[in-house]
Design a protein around this ligand. Structure first.
Ligand code: PLP
Length: 379
């Protein structure tokens, strides 16, 4: 197609190697990994290979990897599972820039009686470790902070909130969905108890993910049934999807540094192209550690939705969640102190393994007249 896809934080294509690894597990190797016969055992072996591959990507032990349908489910399992397993602790502490999967689960838990504390962030989207130190106490069950933000790419320093959780005996969960495969993310180094990850952000299939659960941590299931995944997530395993996740994880571990180097180059080409040809271009936030592939740009005086309409060949994200046809400005940018009007002028670009310099040139060539036109029309 003649589209330039710059929305890899939304999802990635399944890598050819991953498709190849998955294919037989749909057809001739269609078996149930829980079946007692030798064919079932072969499916189970494939799942265990994938479990090792996923564990290796994040520095975990395979026994600590629970397969799920994706990060949304992993996050629900982590937060609800901790609550259910620790009835004497009622607090949850998180930050305003988290993905809705965390914020909405925390809000739901509040309706069930949890005391949910959603902390503000700095103007650059960074968490304030002192706020965490002051908000986590012996009633806190779980602290949840994302490793990297999907809209701005801001990378969190988890050390402060992890330490706050440790000192109070609370568990620590991180939404590492956007961090894995893009930057080095290691559960031991980060010292987290729980981590949510998803295959479709790292060139694996949609609808499969994992929750890392540290060996010493006990959580209750949210999906009950046959007792799969050490009783933490029942349901016949998605063998083909899991095999694909494993292949994608192995590939991600191999390619991460090269991918990062290339995407740093490409995002800086994008910013350079836009800033040399347009006035009023601002990277949001201006200074904070960011994912190499992600850049959020504000085009002053140009409504992002209108720019998208005027540059239909560029696939990008306005970051606004569209609920019941009413666009809301990004809660992430609002949490960083932007006004709704300013936030509505921001677009997120995210590059991926297939992105080329030519893609960037084409995107800039489409965006410059689009922004110019929107500005003229709204003057
Ligand atoms: N958390 C973050 C930071 C994300 O970017 C996403 C992706 O949309 C999710 C959670 C949800 O992941 P999934 O699509 O696997 O449910």
């Amino acid at each position: 197609s003649n589209h330039v896809y710059l929305d890899y934080n939304a999802t990635t294509p399944v890598a050819p190697e991953v498709v190849d690894a998955m294919t037989p597990w749909f057809t001739e190797r269609f078996w149930n990994a829980a079946s007692a016969h030798p064919l079932g055992a072969m499916a189970n072996d494939a799942v265990e290979t994938a479990r090792q591959q996923v564990a290796d990507l994040i520095g975990a032990h395979p026994n600590e990897v629970v397969f799920t349908s994706g990060s949304t489910e992993s996050i629900n399992l982590a937060l609800k599972g901790v609550f259910s397993a620790a009835p004497d602790r009622t607090g949850i502490v998180t930050a305003a820039t988290e993905h809705k999967a965390v914020l909405d689960t925390a809000a739901w838990l509040a309706e069930q009686g949890a005391s949910t504390c959603v902390l503000p962030v700095t103007a650059s989207g960074e968490i304030d470790p002192e706020l965490f130190a002051g908000s986590v106490d012996q009633h806190t069950a779980v602290v949840s902070v994302m490793a990297a933000n999907n809209e701005t790419g801001v990378i969190a320093d988890l050390a402060g909130p992890v330490d706050a959780a440790r000192r109070c005996g609370a568990l620590f969960h991180t939404d590492a969905t956007q961090a894995v495969g893009r930057i080095n993310f290691d559960v031991e180094h980060a010292d987290v108890d729980l981590a949510s990850i998803s295959a479709h952000k790292i060139y694996g299939p949609k609808g499969v993910g994992a929750l890392y659960v540290r060996r010493s941590v006990r959580i209750d299931a949210t999906i009950h049934g046959g007792g799969h995944e050490h009783n933490m997530r029942s349901g016949t395993l998605n063998v083909a999807g899991i095999v694909g996740f494993g292949a994608a994880a192995e590939l991600a571990a191999k390619q991460r540094d090269d991918d990062a180097e290339r995407s740093t180059q490409l995002t800086s080409e994008l910013v350079a192209g836009l800033t040399t040809q347009l006035d009023g271009v601002e990277v949001i936030p201006e200074s904070a550690p960011r994912l190499p592939n992600t850049v959020n740009v504000r085009f002053t005086g140009a409504d992002a939705e209108a720019v998208m309409v005027n540059a239909p060949t560029v696939a990008m994200s306005s970051g606004s969640a569209c609920t019941s046809m009413v666009p809301h400005p990004s809660h992430v940018l609002i949490a960083m102190g932007m006004s709704a009007d300013d936030a509505s002028e921001c677009l997120r670009f995210s590059t991926g393994r297939p992105t080329t310099s030519e893609d960037i040139t084409e995107a800039v060539a489409a965006l410059v007249p689009a922004v110019t036109r929107v500005r003229e029309l709204t003057q």
